[in-house]
Ligand binder design. Structure first.
Ligand code: TXA
Ligand code: MG
Length: 331
């Protein structure tokens, strides 16, 4: 298939309405969209990504008027969250409407839905005027794409086209909140933090499997390896001296070592030193994180070491993705 890189919003909308698969920017990461009411169109998403069919997709809409096509019920808590955070990086899981194709939700009776806060995404969704299912536009297991170039690297020849909207703002996927259980449960931390959610609807819980990879996943997507560079990635605990010592030891042992550090702290001796964001500014880190994880693959490394970045607020999502990228390898 010839992938078009020069799509206008109107052309992308026509392709989506015609049952084709098109990548588009959102404020989080690039999505790989198709008509959520057409099982045939959705099949093409799973094929292009190589995504396991038991992992459900998020449905994107351009306005709350389309909500009744996607969900069958809107509890008051969900309504409050929509009022507070949409358009924005919060996916809300609610009971599914019959018109949504079965393979969008992997057979589940619930569906994840969000209105993204990106002008091109909103214009596209409004122009297509159908609910659009869209996972991140990467090959399954790779870091999510935060630039059109990443989408092209992964999916060239496999999809109808890419709507280029430049680099995405947040760089990490949306928060996924299950509102079919009481209290609501965060299945994936993301751009909207737990504290922000709790300020609107009171206490929520974190899915246990976020902290303990061994326990049963609440969200199908949580059990798969994600965002992983080719070289093994280790999260290094302890102080800076220990971090430096580990790098030196691995290099003395003949290994090519890559590290990722804040842009204002790059005085390390390693084979590849990638900089990402600034200490004290988690958004600047989340923005560049996946591009950095992809870049490691260009350097033929034997091992990648990462010192912990942040743990609070948006840092919770950053830590979550780094734990997944490392396959929970902590030293
Ligand atoms: O920011 C984002 O959320 C991006 C952009 C494109 O919107 N999309 C995205 O989609 O990250 P994806 O497919 O890569 O991740 C969707 C996650 C998966 O972990 C999936 O298992 C979970 O949401 N999910 C979707 N529907 C669900 C449902 N009904 N119940 C539980 N988990 C669900
Ligand atoms: Mg994904």
């Amino acid at each position: 298939m010839d992938t078009r890189f020069d799509l206008t919003i109107e052309e992308a909308a026509v392709l989506l309405r015609g049952g084709e698969v098109v990548a588009f920017p959102t404020e989080t990461v690039y999505g790989l969209g198709a008509d959520a009411t057409s099982a045939e169109a959705i099949t093409k998403i799973f094929a292009a990504k190589g995504r396991p069919s038991d992992n459900p997709l998020i449905v994107h809409i351009g306005s709350t008027e389309q909500l009744s096509q996607v969900v069958s019920e809107i509890p008051e808590t969900a309504q409050k969250l929509m009022d507070a955070f949409w358009p924005g990086p919060l996916t809300i899981i609610l009971p599914k409407q019959a018109g949504i194709a079965e393979n969008v939700t992997a057979g589940l009776s619930s569906v994840g839905v969000r209105i993204p806060a990106h002008p091109a995404a909103l214009a596209l969704l409004q122009s297509a005027n159908i609910p659009i299912a869209a996972p991140s536009a990467n090959v399954s297991g790779r870091p999510s794409p935060t630039q059109a170039r990443h989408v092209a690297d992964d999916l060239r020849g496999k999809i109808a086209g890419i709507l280029d909207g430049g680099a995405t703002e947040i760089g990490l996927e949306s928060t996924v909140l299950d509102c079919t259980s009481t209290p609501p449960m965060i299945l994936r931390p993301g751009g909207v933090t737990r504290a922000q959610i709790e300020a609107v609807i009171g206490s929520v819980v974190m899915a246990e499997s976020l902290a303990e990879p061994e326990s049963a996943p609440k969200s199908p997507g949580m059990k798969y390896t994600h965002y992983a560079p080719q070289a093994p990635l280790y999260l290094v605990q302890g102080d800076d001296a220990r971090f430096r010592r580990l790098i030196a030891e691995a290099r003395a042992g003949g290994k090519r070592v890559g590290i990722l550090v804040p842009a204002d702290q790059t005085d390390y001796v390693a084979d590849v030193v990638l900089a990402c964001g600034r200490a004290g500014d988690p958004l600047s880190v989340s923005k560049g994180l996946y591009a950095a994880l992809r870049e490691f693959d260009e350097h033929g490394l034997d091992v990648i070491y990462l010192a912990p970045f942040y743990t609070r607020d948006l840092g919770e999502a950053i830590t979550n993705r780094l734990q997944k990228a490392s396959g929970h390898r902590v030293i």
